[in-house]
Structures are given as C-alpha cells and as structure tokens.
Design a protein around this ligand. Structure first.
Ligand SMILES: *Cc1c(COP(=O)(O)O)cnc(C)c1O
Length: 337
C-alpha cells in the first residue's frame, strides 16, 4: 500500500484527534467509547469529504480544471466542502442539488449547507428527487465545455477509487494513533452513505492486516445494496492501489436498520443520539448521517452487542452544519416556505 504515488493537495487539518467519550461510556455502562474527530478536518467547518477531496482536487488541478461540478442532496455536506475546496484553489464550483426529502421548510431548503455553498461562491441548480444526477452533471459539463471552460466532475459524495484513498489514509492514521497510545481498537463504527468512507477503510484496514472490526451504519440503502456498493468500491480502490488479492467480502458489514422512513428524514433514535451527545459530551452530530450512525451504535450497545471491555471508536464524519436545516426535528417551530 503506497499512497505516496498519488498526488494529494492539503486542504484539511490532519491528523484529526482521537478522544475518549468518558461520559457516554459511563452512561451506557460500557463498552469503552472513543471518537475519531473527522468532523474537525477544518475545511469550511469540516467533515469526511475533505479527505477524499485532497485526492480528487489534486486530479482536478492536474487536468487544469477551471470549474468543479458536483451533486448531492439539498443539505449535502459533500457539496459544501467541494465548494470550499474549489474556492481555496481558485476554481469555480457548480452544484446540483437533489430534493431527496420533499421538505419545504425554508431552513432546510436555504440554511445550513445551502447558505455555505452560497458564501463559498458556488452556483446552485435544483432537481427533483429521483433525477439521474450523474447524467445531469455530464450534461452541464458538456455545456460548459462548449463555452470554452474545462470542467472536472466529482461524482456524488466523492466516492470513487481516487476519493476513497482519503479513507485508506484515515485507516493508516487511526491505526498509528492507537498504537502510539497503546490502545487496542476492537470496533470502528461510522455512518455509511455513498460508500467511499467505508470502502477506503476496508481497503486500508485490510492492507494493514488490522483486526479492527468495521461496522457501517446505513443512512439510505437497504443492507444488501449498501454492502454491494461498499464491496464493489473497496475492490476497485484496492485495485487502484495495486493491492494483490482484493479485499475479503466478509470485511464489508453494514447494518441498515436505522435508516427509518428514508434518507435525510429524522428518526426518534437520531434525535435522541444528537441530543445525548450534545448534552453528555458537548459534541455536535448531524441529522442525516452521524446522528443515525450513533443511534445505531447506542441501540447495539443496549442490545449487548459489545463486551464492556471492548474499545469502540465512533468515526465522527461531520455534518453538524445541517442541524441548522433541521430545527423542526429538535422542537424549533418550523419556518414553512
Ligand atoms: C457523506 C457523509 C457520510 C457518508 O460517507 P460516504 O463516504 O458517503 O459513505 C457520513 N457522514 C457525513 C456527515 C457525510 O457528510
């Protein structure tokens, strides 16, 4: 596994801290809970997409792109971090937002990440839920090329073999941090969506021969589809790294029991997890990903899935900016239309 072969542009603050969650551990009566702070990557309030963008934007620069195109849900953290990265590198950014929730709350449609896209100078167009967003991006790219621009398209979530290298790197970083403090990590748990984070971690942990058990908590697709997506991308990431023998299928585990009614739609477990972490650890999760991921972790702990002596690391993938689009879920009076 030699990541030095791949150009990378520094966009974030690394390594991110690995911290104990003593209050939550005590409250739940074990296991020993830790948090890997990828919400603190620095770029435009941080999040997991920064690691992927360090590789993706290096390719954009290498191709002399002058505009970056990407897509996501209305409250996409990926879109916001891409807009910030483009601003930092002197490129334009055009974002396609898909309405995946149908919410008409003005905070959801215009505040949070949407506000930050605007501040970073990105242009935004909106599409109905179910639109073929990749195809729409290619059409925009074609149009811009016709106008003499040189666009670079970042697929949703930055989840390509190149983007996933960011999480191969994160696996190396985390294993090194744990070794330095004499910590044996038993489990690593995180929210999984477009699959790049989990795929990179699978490839990285496998390449390191680590025995950390990785568990993705789904936020959109059912288990079978989510695991197939992660496995496919993990195999392609391993290939990109020229790792021999691919990755074992059994390393890919996603629990998709905590999605609730759908992507980006609040669940009671998410609300409980966000409030609990805010009140016990002073930590801000997000309503779409890390809130549901933590809801899953808390439920599995209550069901006795872990030994009290296990060390369980929750990878905090960021996204708290989206809280400002979800006030209603936390009891704030809605601002319709
Ligand atoms: C995108 C995102 C995820 C999911 O990561 P994938 O690589 O898309 O699976 C998790 N948490 C947050 C906050 C995100 O923005």
């Amino acid at each position: 596994m030699d990541l030095s072969l791949f150009p990378r542009i520094a966009l974030g603050h690394f390594p991110t801290p690995l911290e104990p969650m003593g209050n939550l551990t005590a409250l739940l009566g074990g296991p020993r809970l830790w948090v890997k702070r990828d919400d603190c990557t620095g770029l435009s309030s941080g999040g997991n997409k920064t690691r992927k963008l360090e590789y993706l934007m290096a390719e954009a620069v290498a191709t002399r792109a002058d505009v970056v195109i990407t897509q996501g849900a209305t409250q996409s953290n990926h879109a916001r971090q891409t807009a910030a990265a483009a601003a930092k590198l002197g490129m334009k950014c055009h974002i396609l937002l898909e309405d995946r929730t149908g919410s008409t709350d003005a905070d959801y449609t215009d505040n949070g990440n949407v506000l930050l896209n605007r501040l970073h100078g990105a242009t935004v167009e909106r599409h109905a839920g179910g639109t073929n967003m990749q195809q729409q991006m290619e059409q925009v790219a074609e149009r811009l090329r016709g106008n003499g621009a040189n666009p670079y398209v970042v697929p949703g979530g930055g989840s390509t073999p190149l983007g996933a290298l960011g999480y191969v790197n994160a696996a190396i970083e985390l294993v090194g941090q744990a070794a330095a403090r004499g910590l044996k990590i038993d489990y690593l748990v995180h929210a999984t969506g477009s699959a790049g984070t989990q795929a990179g971690l699978v490839a990285g942990l496998h390449g390191l021969n680590s025995d950390i058990q990785l568990l993705g908590i789904g936020t959109r697709a059912p288990k079978e589809k989510q695991e197939a997506m992660v496995y496919d991308l993990a195999c392609r990431t391993a290939e990109h790294l020229r790792m021999r023998g691919g990755v074992p299928r059994e390393m890919v585990v996603a629990n998709c029991d905590y999605v609730g009614p759908g992507y980006g739609i609040p669940t009671p477990g998410m609300v409980e997890a966000v409030e609990l972490l805010a009140r016990t650890e002073g930590l801000l999760l997000d309503p779409v990903y890390s809130g549901k991921g933590m809801a899953g972790l808390i439920d599995l702990i209550r069901k006795g899935r872990f030994k009290t002596t296990d060390n369980v690391v929750f990878l905090h993938t960021g996204g708290s900016v989206a809280l400002f689009g979800y006030g209603e879920a936390f009891g704030l009076k809605g601002s319709q239309g």
